[in-house]
Design a protein around this ligand. Structure first.
Ligand SMILES: *Cc1c(COP(=O)(O)O)cnc(C)c1O
Length: 348
């Protein structure tokens, strides 16, 4: 007998950007630099001291306290999970679900709508127009759409623009929905909405160790919210969801936070170099507060994507979401050299 999955499941493709072995992997916004030797040594020491025969700290108390401290937020309002994507999933398990609605402002991170769908939450999409800033009438949309959850991403992936904090505040004030603000790129630019948490109990700010902390492989993300929201997440999380290995990696990463932050300037420098150079190659660029740049090359984007790949440079093709648009991650100076020379070759 064959079994039948939920209706519509097989119409959906797995979320799977290519993981190719090329010279410059500039398609998933990772930190291009390996972790420093001192971090590796401390991590090895921390891991060798773990009692892996025992379950990990169920509430990840130490890690949550350290993250809370970092942001001057209450530990009871701080929550960690396996990547910010799992934080988002838990938020949707608690605040979405059957007969509930999630609103997205498109174009944005595809996982928001995907996680809503996966948790049986209806998705309402509102298209923003270039330059993708929320305008006053967009702020009324959560009410008119009767949304239970609203996603905002700032700085936004894939467009790179940040929303002003005052706009986030007005959005949160005008709705009863849970406003999930994805700040995966906040360390690179824009202003954080974390100071709003005190007066906006329906706001959740979601952060990740995957980008600025150079720890994509460890799978660690967190959110800051009102303690009641974190209590709700504890009701849906799996017991011991965050392994002792992950908790240890997070604590060591926090010890080495200054090293991680020191890399940010180098990454921003390469981003600004891409922004400054692309117009000379005939491309249209969009301002970016993140570690990537969205651009429109002067020749058909799908051909340019392929041509770059043939020269060993993998960028992200966003043409299905935004006409003619490609996104490139700010890599090391060498990777950016390679990208710029490959692009020149492909478009001339
Ligand atoms: C990369 C990214 C994340 C990170 O997800 P993790 O699960 O923490 O690796 C989250 N949100 C956005 C918008 C991203 O681009």
């Amino acid at each position: 007998m064959t079994s039948v999955p939920r209706p519509g499941l097989r119409a959906v493709e797995p979320y799977a950007p290519p993981q190719l072995d090329v010279k410059a992997r500039l398609n998933t916004n990772e930190c291009p630099y390996p972790l420093p030797e001192a971090f590796r040594e401390d991590l090895a020491r921390a891991i060798s001291g773990l009692d892996l025969n025992r379950y990990p700290s169920r509430e990840a108390d130490e890690l949550r306290a350290r993250i809370a401290d970092l942001h001057g937020h209450a530990p009871e309002g701080t929550w960690c999970a396996n990547g910010s994507n799992e934080v988002l999933q838990q938020l949707l398990q608690a605040y979405g679900g059957p007969s509930r609605r999630a609103l997205t402002f498109e174009p944005t991170y595809a996982m928001h709508a995907r996680i809503a769908w996966a948790t049986n939450t209806a998705v309402v999409r509102r298209d923003l127009t270039e330059p993708w800033t929320l305008r006053p009438f967009d702020l009324e949309y959560p009410s008119t759409a009767r949304a239970d959850v609203v996603f905002v991403c700032s700085p936004n992936n894939p467009t790179g623009n940040a929303q002003p904090v005052e706009v986030i505040e007005r959005l949160a004030e005008r709705t009863h929905a849970l406003v999930i603000l994805d700040e995966a790129y906040a360390e690179f630019g824009g202003s954080s909405a974390i100071p709003l948490l005190e007066r906006c109990p329906n706001l959740v700010v979601v952060r990740t160790f995957s980008k600025a902390f150079a720890l994509a492989g460890a799978r660690l993300g967190y959110c800051l919210a009102a303690p009641e929201v974190v209590e709700d997440l504890r009701r849906v999380r799996l017991p011991y969801h965050l392994s002792a290995l992950t908790q240890a990696a997070g604590l060591v990463a926090l010890d080495h936070r200054d090293d991680a932050l020191a890399i940010l300037d180098a990454v921003r420098e390469q981003r600004d170099r891409i922004l400054a150079t692309l117009p000379g190659l005939g491309a249209e660029v969009f301002p970016s507060d993140a570690n990537f740049v969205l651009f429109r090359p002067s020749r058909p984007a799908d051909q340019v994507w392929r041509g770059l790949l043939d020269l060993g440079v993998l960028v992200r093709d966003f043409t299905e979401l935004i006409p003619q648009a490609l996104r490139v991650t700010a890599g090391t100076p060498d990777e950016v050299d390679l990208f710029l020379s490959a692009l020149e070759e492909v478009v001339t």
